[in-house]
Design a binder for this molecule. Structure first.
Ligand SMILES: [Zn+2]
Length: 375
């Protein structure tokens, strides 16, 4: 899943080369869980502790819950890495965790193993925490901590294997249908459809809870339901859009009117003559009739403003041999997948060793609106 609120995310290191980030919203969740545990759950279950114990055990429980969610995602990510998928990052956010794997699964078996790996970790954690609770029966504070963690991991595992997309259970079901029917699109449609139904059910339960007076629980559930429903819906839309690209080539969606800039142009000349007047985002740098680099507005930021009079575009451009270039006859669908995977906004298009166009968001959108008109 793609998100755009990067500013709110903190990187906190990496495991097996997979970057871990967490969203500020996760702090709210941690505080919220601590507050619920210390303020109502533990006082109801275990009477007569001093206040400080409710809060200390509450905070420790919230921390290990956080670790449990993280381990669930690491389970998915390690399985994905085993099959050589690129894992962009593991992210914790308000509704839990996500392993960002931009590629679609290559075959049912790999999707099955990667999807099962997360819930498997969660069920294993449930077993371990219940075991620890059993061993610490005589220490009520430790018992309370471990027992709750066992319970929450068990519930989390069960929730995750509900058979609707985007839950792990939905992916597991998709892998099974895909394997049986040999049809990835059909399998995605079925599981995304079930996922939307689950989303609506969770939203309805949330509403009933609100009506019954459990306001916070109800709002929380409704939000989770809404999140599930919209993720399933987005998956269906993505399916439809990729259908549009099937059978088309890069040539049909590229823009031929890209900008050319001579290699000895200074940055300030470039800003005045090209960016302000031509309103383009990406340019090809040319030296004696040869294409040597790709220049985007972002590249200018590499040079401080007081050097713009003397530095040239060649100093900041990306040399063409470091840029991802696509052949004009390449399947459009594949090209878009690669752009998504590498997180690039444009790719120069090459025909017989010469740049002939640029594939970017604007050109793809105008291609889409054109084929829509023809229908
Ligand atoms: Zn999962």
């Amino acid at each position: 899943m793609k998100t755009s609120f990067n500013k709110n995310q903190i990187r906190m290191g990496s495991i097996y080369g997979i970057p871990l980030t967490f969203d500020f919203s996760w702090f709210l969740v941690l505080f919220f869980i601590t507050w619920i545990l210390a303020g109502s759950y533990f006082p109801n279950e275990y009477k007569g502790w001093s206040k400080i114990y409710y809060w200390a055990v509450g905070a420790a429980t919230a921390f290990f819950f956080f670790l449990s969610v993280l381990l669930h995602e690491i389970g998915h990510s390690i399985a994905a890495k085993k099959y050589n998928y690129k894992v962009k990052k593991v992210k914790l956010f308000i509704f839990g965790g996500i392993s960002e794997i931009p590629e679609e699964p290559k075959n049912p078996k790999e999707e099955f193993v990667i999807s099962v790996a997360g819930p498997a970790v969660t069920f294993l954690l449930a077993l371990i925490f219940y075991g620890l609770a059993f061993l610490t029966k005589n220490n009520v504070h430790l018992y309370a901590l471990f027992h709750y963690l066992g319970l929450i991991n068990l519930l989390l595992g069960i929730f995750n294997i509900l058979p609707g997309f985007p839950l792990d259970g939905g992916r597991i079901l998709r892998a099974i249908i895909w394997h049986k029917k040999k049809d990835f699109d059909k399998a995605t449609q079925i599981t995304a459809g079930i996922g939307r139904v689950f989303g609506f059910i969770v939203i309805s339960i949330g509403f009933f809870e609100i009506m019954a007076g459990y306001f916070i629980d109800g709002v929380w559930l409704s939000f989770i339901g809404w999140f599930l429903e919209s993720a399933a819906f987005a998956q269906l839309q993505k399916e439809k859009i990729s259908k549009y690209f099937e059978g088309h080539t890069v040539e049909e969606a590229m823009s031929k009117s890209y900008g050319l800039v001579p290699a000895d142009t200074t940055i300030s000349e470039f800003i005045q003559n090209d960016i302000l007047i031509r309103h383009r985002r990406a340019f090809i740098v040319e030296d004696k009739g040869k294409n040597i680099g790709l220049l985007t507005i972002h590249d200018i930021k590499k040079i401080p403003q007081d050097k713009w009079e003397t530095a040239t575009v060649t100093d900041v451009m990306k040399p063409l041999n470091e840029v991802k270039i696509v052949d004009i006859n390449y399947p459009l669908e594949e090209a878009l997948k690669e752009m998504n995977l590498d997180g690039v906004n444009q790719m120069p298009v090459m025909e017989e060793n010469k740049i002939v166009g640029m594939l970017n968001r604007e050109s793809i959108l105008s291609f889409l609106s054109n084929i829509n008109e023809k229908k």
